[in-house]
Ligand binder design. Structure first.
Ligand SMILES: Cc1ncc(COP(=O)(O)O)c(C=O)c1O
Length: 434
């Protein structure tokens, strides 16, 4: 080409949650059935949307007006409804003007970092959810900047690490929180959130809080929303319906801007994000029409509670299976629907194996693992080849830890127990093979 086409930031884009699918498809093509533990899609794991919800959507689909354009920022009545929901939490109060809709939070995440000066950085958790870390790194043309979530302390953030990284890096302008967290399933305690707000206040930063799982907690946990703790610090909460209804195919999420009036720079960022949506002409209308009708329905809370209870039960079942392996650091989860399981230091080596009966599959896995790679990725490939279970290595979540992420979504208890027992047996065989 006459000039370079690609920006340097493009090198930072990767999404192992989907990359691993290409490998799993190759194994599947050799005749092995695959258990998909790589992606947080409840529908793919046989979750059934209640008929009353489907009826609401079907009725909307029958109305002619549903098919027209709507405001890019989102339908006013829906933004009004959502602003009231947030205001009920009795923290920072917002108006419909403080809400902007996106084509799923994936789109919101891409937009929020894009308009920040490249030298200004948002520090985020590690292990990192790669949609955030990749988008932030691409904006900065630099690897992600992270604070540690500590597997030896229930995956809570290491607040000293966060404080020091903020203090000694003047380019940090914001802190990202994912609460409840993907990939760890951790729910931030109130005190932790308050401390992060205090750090933001001390260094004049803004906060981004991804709350896509805010209503998915279980086994006694409750997640505090950013609006409840933020006081007068500027911040953005990101919310959506992909997980909560769940309707990931709707591509519908939104941002809530808090304390826009408290900082002119922050206000300009919010305005730029709104403008970026405006040039896209329209936002996803059908799901927006459905939001007040579904979230406002008296059956919704009971449905969510029951669904959360089932996730909590699976969390315990999985805990019972993995707790017996001393080489693992295992934390029980309390929110979202993932668990990140860590191999203790020194347990993974580059010559371990699980027996793969099928010679073609064995040859394929041996070819994949013939070159140097993180040891957890190597384990994941062997697990895929030997047991047909597709999980995601934790080294691909911007982490130096070695482990893998699973989901808590399998609706069929027998399949769940079978899958996780097979993972455990695979681990035991792998670790004892050399
Ligand atoms: C923390 C987090 N944020 C955002 C998303 C993407 O959500 P959406 O489907 O709204 O793009 C996900 C999807 O897994 C997620 O885990």
């Amino acid at each position: 080409m006459r000039q370079h086409l690609l920006s340097e930031g493009a090198n930072e884009l990767s999404y192992e949650i989907r990359e691993i699918v290409k490998k799993a498809e190759q194994i599947k093509n050799l005749g092995k059935e695959i258990q998909w533990e790589n992606i947080g899609d409840p529908i793919q794991k046989n979750h059934l949307i209640p008929d009353w919800m489907k009826q609401i959507i079907a009725d909307l689909a029958m109305q002619n007006d549903t098919y027209s354009y709507c405001p890019s920022k989102g339908i006013l009545e829906t933004r009004q409804f959502l602003a009231e929901l947030t205001n009920l939490r009795k923290g920072t109060q917002i108006t419909p003007d403080d809400i902007c809709f996106f084509n799923g939070l994936g789109d919101a995440i891409a937009k929020v970092y894009q308009y920040i000066t490249p030298t200004s950085r948002i520090i985020g958790p590690s292990p990192a959810y790669s949609t955030h870390s990749s988008a932030e790194a691409a904006h900065a043309s630099h690897e992600p900047l992270t604070y540690t979530l500590d597997p030896n302390n229930k995956w809570y953030p290491d607040l000293n690490d966060l404080y020091n990284k903020v203090k000694y890096n003047p380019n940090v302008v914001g802190i990202l929180i994912i609460n409840p967290d993907n990939p760890t399933g951790m729910v931030y305690p109130l005190e932790t959130l308050k401390r992060i707000v205090a750090i933001a206040k001390e260094f004049n930063l803004f906060l981004i809080c991804d709350e896509i799982y805010i209503n998915i907690t279980y086994n006694g946990a409750r997640a505090y929303a950013l609006s409840e703790v933020i006081e007068d610090v500027p911040g953005i909460a990101m919310k959506g319906i992909s997980k909560e209804l769940p309707w990931p195919g709707a591509r519908c999420g939104w941002m809530e801007y808090y304390n826009r009036g408290k900082d002119a720079d922050f206000n300009r960022l919010c305005q730029a994000i709104d403008n970026a949506k405006m040039i896209e002409v329209c936002s996803t209308k059908l799901p927006q029409l459905a939001i007040p009708k579904i979230l406002g329905d008296s059956r919704f809370q009971a449905y969510r509670e029951e669904t959360n209870r089932k996730i909590g039960k699976r969390s315990k079942l999985i805990s019972d299976i993995f707790k017996t392996v001393p080489q693992l650091t295992f934390n029980e989860t309390f929110g979202a629907f993932y668990n990140t399981i860590i191999f203790r230091e020194g347990t993974l080596k580059s010559n371990q194996k699980i027996d793969i009966q099928d010679s073609k599959i064995r040859a394929l896995v041996e070819a994949w693992t013939a070159h140097e790679m993180p040891n957890d990725k190597r384990f994941v490939y062997y697990l895929l080849g030997a047991k047909g279970i597709c999980v995601v290595p934790i080294s691909s979540f911007c982490s130096e830890l070695q482990g893998f992420r699973v989901t808590l979504l399998e609706e069929n208890e027998e399949t769940l127990v079978k899958t996780f027992t097979a993972i455990r047996d695979g681990i035991v065989e792998y670790l004892s093979s050399h």
